[in-house]
Ligand binder design. Structure first.
Ligand code: NAI
Ligand code: MN
Ligand code: ZN
Length: 336
């Protein structure tokens, strides 16, 4: 089989590899489509502290079960599935309280284990979620990025009365816009970005107001509008203090970033408005929820996609994705 392998930081290869056999409790998926995520680029460049090399990357993928390991119902052969990359132990404290995404022994497919930029991939059978016929093959890999929005929304509990502010109109900001507007029916969604092309995508994805904060500070542009729910999907460490300053009293703030640089906020700025801060990592069993959103046609994943490219063009696809955020948002690789 052909696989995209990061042999070592900086070295991306399209390699011929032996077909993996599913172990007990696992399935093998013949991958049809996979989407490129920022973290794939980070692993390529050696910027993901969790990655081990050599690694087959890709954690957003869709395909058909073509082999089952011991103990897995063979009736699942031929099932169309999207794979949740979060592999957890099932017995540690976070697992026991329904937070397998921060399992003490967390393993992420495409990061710690070989992933889906490959003609075949293996995964625990319980991570392979059946995709209903209503969801087309070439969009099903986008279930995973929408689970990130679902996960942070589970903490933030968006309500129709909210005025939301999202920093960043990349894939993460766009999934959050769609979830807030179309699923949670939030009254107003304001989106800030520095790139006009990304703001145009935000509008296309349902934002009510888009603000370019490259020159004029958001505080000036927002005037008396006080957001009650804020999501940082741009993830620069300076954004937290800005979000805290802009927030309405009683607002909730959701953070998605992994920067190692400090964020500086005072207790007074948080406590005087009794702000709630939430962080969210990956997703905690949110595939069924997002599959439900898709079945009900609440979300439109195609609005994130700017390019479809074949597996053979993976390096060009990842370079475009990395270097050209003005023209490129989600890239779907057709694998087989
Ligand atoms: P992206 O880089 O495509 O999008 C970020 C957007 O923010 C860009 O459009 C950029 O122009 C904009 N931006 C940068 N600085 C800004 C600022 N100060 N104000 C307003 N906009 C600004 O990235 P993507 O894929 O959307 O991911 C966003 C972040 O989310 C990344 O930092 C990533 O690490 C994080 N992430 C976190 C996950 C989690 O589970 N916690 C999962 C996936 C991504
Ligand atoms: Mn991703
Ligand atoms: Zn665990």
């Amino acid at each position: 089989m052909r696989s995209v392998v990061i042999a070592e930081p900086g070295k991306l290869l399209l390699e011929e590899r032996p077909l993996p056999q599913p172990a007990a409790g696992e399935v093998r998926v013949k991958v049809n489509y996979a989407s490129i995520c920022g973290s794939d680029v980070h692993i390529w460049h050696g910027h993901n502290p969790f990655a081990r090399y050599p690694r087959v990357i890709g954690h957003e993928f869709f395909g058909v079960i073509d082999a089952t390991g011991e103990g897995v119902d063979p009736a699942r052969l031929g099932e169309r599935v999207a794979v949740d990359p979060v592999v957890s132990c099932g017995h540690c404290y976070p697992c026991s309280v329904g937070r397998p995404n921060v399992c003490s022994e967390l393993q992420v497919i495409g990061v710690h284990h070989d992933g889906g930029f490959s003609e075949y991939a293996v995964a625990p059978a319980r991570n392979a979620y059946r995709v209903p016929e209503a969801i087309p093959d070439k969009l099903a890999s986008l279930i995973e990025p929408f689970t990130i929005a679902a996960n942070i929304c589970a903490f933030l509990q968006p309500k129709p009365a909210d005025v939301a502010l999202i920093f960043g109109a990349g894939p993460m900001g766009l999934t959050a816009i769609q979830a807030l507007k179309n699923v949670f029916k939030v009254r107003k969604v304001i989106v800030a970005d520095r790139l006009p092309e990304r703001l145009a995508m935000a509008q296309e994805n349902g934002a009510d107001v888009v603000l370019n904060n490259s020159e004029t500070p958001l505080a000036t542009q927002l005037g008396s509008e006080k957001p009650t729910l804020i999501i940082d999907a741009a993830c620069h460490p300076a954004i937290l203090a800005e979000a805290v300053a802009l927030a309405s009293p009683a607002a909730r703030i959701g953070l998605l970033g992994f920067s190692g640089e400090p964020c500086t906020v005072t207790q007074q700025s948080l406590t005087s408005k009794e702000l709630s801060l939430f962080t969210s990592r990956l997703n905690s069993q949110r595939f069924p929820e997002v599959i439900g959103w898709l079945e009900q046609k609440l979300i439109q994943p195609e609005k994130l996609v700017t390019h479809y490219m074949p597996l053979s063009d993976v390096e060009a696809a990842m370079t475009l994705f990395e270097k050209d955020p003005r023209s490129c948002c989600k890239v779907i690789l057709s694998i087989s």
